[in-house]
Ligand binder design. Structure first.
Ligand SMILES: Nc1nc2c(c(=O)[nH]1)N[C@H]1C(S)=C(S)[C@@H](COP(=O)(O)O)O[C@H]1N2
Ligand SMILES: [Mo]
Length: 534
């Protein structure tokens, strides 16, 4: 029994060393080449939509940590099994290691090129070697006859002074015989385990340090906008307690992406290539951008996965370069209708070319609320397009704009069942009151935000229970590309009440009451809150 346990531990420490050595090498070769990262991204890319939705809904932004945890538990089980199966003459465990290596190396190679397989291949080789050595030691220790209850106490010989001399000699001889093998097993496990921890933790930290661009980002000086944003009118922010502020700070801005580890792209390595169906392929680097006119614009960004009443929406001041100008320099062909933007980590978004060139403020953004883009929001450069959900437009860590056609290219989420086109649907949210607290009767402000980017908000109405729809007061309109706040003064009477709201966009169309889920092109339906008064 104890022997099986040792074998399981041997499998686990060997696997640990495999991953540790691979982490250490990946620190030098690049993030995506570590087998856990490569497999993790592959899992993210191939998770069925329903499961992914559930994971995001259940774990929120911890979904990635949970994925790592699940992978680690799975790895522990497989590694323990490999250890239990391995014998000097039987190499089933080694084959399990090799099988893992082939899969992980293949995935890493597919994601990061041939060199990406190296950490896994070397790691697995070290792991198999370790497993063989440890198994050999356990085999040898197991071959020794048992030491009659003295097994776990190698020092017992010295404490058995009262025993008959001969018996003592015998015991001593047996434990002496047994001790070196057993000690070798424990030493081997300890050394391999220690090395696994040192290489794994050290490699991970080293990798993060080597790639981390937050220091570089802090030193970036953004250009002064040649076309500054209009200052925010005092009336754009109603400043009502509990109401979302008009501008969202970088820290409060929602984050959505498929990146398991936030891509670290240095501005010095960064470039944007515009290619595909164009007259002239162009490539811009960070220094090229500095010579160009740069605009600052307020734009509200929203996620298609935002449920009714959800908070995957934010409004920021973006500094960036007009995409219509950049595209015009490349000269898109007349039969092109899509720009497939690629990020450094292989994610893609498909944006209608017509939207990018119709005069709206679609930007290659480098600044957010007066700072360089936060790393998790796309440093050094991303796209921001007013009026489209993020999944079809807002590519972070953007490196390529490929001019193409919708019938030739399919973007990341479209391949997974989401709509190819993603215009933002008119929506509104009730921020205050919320249902958690009992309200006192009397005058209560009902307030929230409403959005219909690039169409603007014309009206918001509020309904109490089954009463008539009543006009809310809107905040001043800053631009049709940002959300608007609204407030309605309610004379609350005692009892339970349901409050609903609905918005009408700048074209005069009121949002639909029909409740639909976020898949495939955004949720619909009126938001509602239930409160108790009195
Ligand atoms: N590289 C990359 N860019 C991306 C994504 C992604 O997964 N990878 N997600 C998009 C989605 S779905 C949204 S809603 C926005 C969110 O941007 P934010 O995280 O800055 O709020 O980024 C978009 N850009
Ligand atoms: Mo999104």
């Amino acid at each position: 029994m104890a022997e099986v346990r040792l074998r399981v531990v041997a499998g686990i420490v060997s696997a640990g060393l495999t991953l540790g050595v691979a982490e250490l090498l990946a620190a030098f070769l690049g993030a995506g080449s570590a087998p856990l990262d490569a497999l993790g991204s592959a899992v993210v890319d191939h998770t069925p939509d329903g499961l992914r939705e559930w994971a995001i809904a259940t774990f929120g932004t911890n979904d990635k940590a949970v994925l790592y945890l699940i992978m680690c538990v799975f790895a522990l089980v497989v590694a323990g099994l490999a250890g239990a199966l391995e014998r000097g003459t039987r190499t089933a465990g080694s084959w399990l290691f090799a099988g893992f290596g082939v899969i992980a190396a293949g995935v890493a190679m597919a994601q990061t090129g041939v060199g990406g397989a190296l950490p896994t291949v070397i790691g697995v080789a070290v792991g198999i070697y370790t497993l063989r050595v440890l198994t050999h030691r356990i085999d040898r220790a197991a071959e020794q006859p048992s030491a009659d209850g003295q097994a776990g106490a190698p020092d017992s010989a010295t404490t058995s002074a009262s025993l008959h001399e001969i018996s003592q000699e015998r015991t001593e001889a047996r434990t002496e015989e047994r001790r070196p093998e057993r000690r070798q097993v424990l030493q081997g496990l300890l050394v391999a385990g220690g090395l696994a921890a040192v290489t794994g933790i050290g490699g991970r930290l080293l990798g993060l340090r080597r790639r981390d661009v937050s220091g570089e980002r802090a030193a970036v000086r953004l250009p002064e906008p040649t076309a500054p944003a209009a200052p925010v009118a005092p009336g754009a922010d109603l400043r009502i307690p509990g109401l979302t502020p008009y501008l969202t700070s970088n820290d409060d801005f929602y984050r959505i992406d498929t990146a398991l580890i936030v891509p670290q792209v240095s501005k010095d390595d960064w470039s944007l290539r515009i290619h595909g169906m164009v007259d002239r392929e162009i490539r811009l680097d960070w220094a090229d951008l500095a010579r160009r006119p740069v605009e600052e614009r307020l734009i509200t960004l929203a996620c298609v996965s935002n449920p009714v009443g959800g908070d995957l929406i934010g409004n920021a001041r973006w500094l960036g370069y007009r995409l219509d100008q950049l595209l015009a320099e490349a000269g898109p062909h007349p039969d092109a209708d899509m720009v497939l933007s690629h990020s450094s980590d292989g994610w893609t978004a498909g944006t209608p070319l017509a939207v990018l060139t119709d005069g709206r403020d679609a930007l290659l953004a480098v600044g957010m609320n007066g700072e360089p883009l936060p790393v998790q929001h796309g440093y050094p450069a991303r796209l921001v397009v007013p009026g489209l959900y993020g999944y079809v437009s807002a590519t972070k860590w953007v490196t390529e704009l490929e001019v193409t056609r919708f019938d030739r290219a399919t973007a990341y989420w479209t391949r997974r069942g989401w709509s190819a086109l993603g215009p933002i649907k008119t929506g509104t949210r009730i921020d205050t009151p919320h249902g958690r607290k009992r309200l006192a009767p009397g005058r209560i402000p009902i307030a929230g935000v409403a959005w219909a980017q690039h169409r603007g908000i014309r009206a918001v109405e509020v309904q109490i229970d089954d009463g008539p729809w009543q006009q809310a007061r809107l905040s001043d309109e800053q631009s049709i590309d940002t959300w608007r706040q609204w407030v309605f003064g309610w004379d609350a009477t005692a009892g339970p009440h349901t409050i609903r709201a609905r918005a009408t966009d700048g074209t005069g169309e009121t949002q639909t009451a029909e409740r639909r889920d976020v898949i495939p092109d955004g949720a619909t339906g009126y938001p509602s809150v239930t409160v108790s008064v009195g």
